[in-house]
Design a binder for this molecule. Sequence first.
Ligand code: 5CA
Ligand code: ZN
Length: 407
Amino acid sequence: MESWVQPTVPKLPGQGQPLSLFDTSTKSVRPTSPGPVAKMYVCGITPYDATHMGHAATYVAFDLVNRYWLDAGHEVHYVQNVTDIDDPLLERAIERGEDWQAIAQRETALFREDMTALQVIPPREYIGAVEAIPSVAEYVTQLQANGSVYAVDNDLYFSVHSDPNFGSVSKLDEAAMLAIFAERGGDPDRPGKRHPLDCLVWQDARPDEPAWNTTLGHGRPGWHIECVAIAMDHLGASIDLLGGGSDLAFPHHEMGASEAFSLSGVNCAQHYVHAGMVGWQGHKMSKSRGNLVFVSQQRHSGVDPMTIRLALLAHHYRTDWAWTPHGLEGAKDRLSIWRQAAKTDKAPDFEPYLDRMRQHLANDLRTPEVLDVVDTWALAATNREGDSDTSMNLMRDSVQALLGIAL
Ligand code: 5CA
Ligand code: ZN
């Protein structure tokens, strides 16, 4: 699938400490240790509705990882999927009386526009679930061969307890897993399953639903194996970071990690990183609940995308927080102060501020503190404290390279 437009990322002098991130599987902040090529897979959208602020916050969080690794001199191999066939998309198509493919194409196009406007660096490979179907069929065949897959009617299930480490990503106990499995696409009560948590890897064709001919027969992939197949095809068996919002830790990344382990015998990711949930009007923003603030809606009503990005960056990526008009106003003021400050002719040397920006980013992406650092510089520049007129360029470049804020 076509990705989107690459933003300008200036090269900065020097570099910071290695990036440390909170890893869900160890519940600790640990240094990342990529090789020359950092490998990152972030779960993409299910394109049945427009990009909301929760999606934007999650993709901006991983964009900061991308930018920090680039700043540290790594090449970043970033892969993302689009779940362009799944139940929610088909349900929406029926509800609206629209073709499911038309919805997927339209919403994916809008997502690309939103990501471009928000200066999110595009993935090198942007892969649709539909494109990955032949590959999914091959991986499912491998899972069948090693005995971790069984049939219920003509559907195929992955036996989660074939992996002795099942549960090690989300660290939830079985009762907690059972409680949320059904809410997040699982079918714990289906008769014929060997264990309620076993997950679908291949669904036999249903009447009136799209299906594809593969070596497994006529059908379509389960959700988790889609991401496993795309990640393994493009990044190999072991990656530096598997990411998404916290609602993906279980079941999606838990199941995916087990399927991947069953296929390769190695842990699929060094870090499992999850962004907090953004809410609106008292609840997690979700397409199913319909309480959404869309990026495109804000853009079309004249909000500068850089204001949106700054509003997102004002929250630490790992906390749950609520979108508010007040937060957007604050970001607008901050952006205008930074833009003003960057036009002055006397300011403190930015280099020590760049060091501090990097220190806070390296410590689990502490963006509220990073914004404070830039605020402090901007205040001094506005008061014409200091005597450097070259710092303005370094400030602009730093803010653009590390935060994705073009002034
Ligand atoms: N296609 C799957 C992943 S393979 C999916 O979860 N799609 S999604 O459209 O529902 O979500 C896309 C990404 O946005 C996921 O990483 C999800 O965790 C994240 N996300 C969804 N809602 C929110 C929210 N309210 N706040 C923060 N992130 C969210
Ligand atoms: Zn995924």
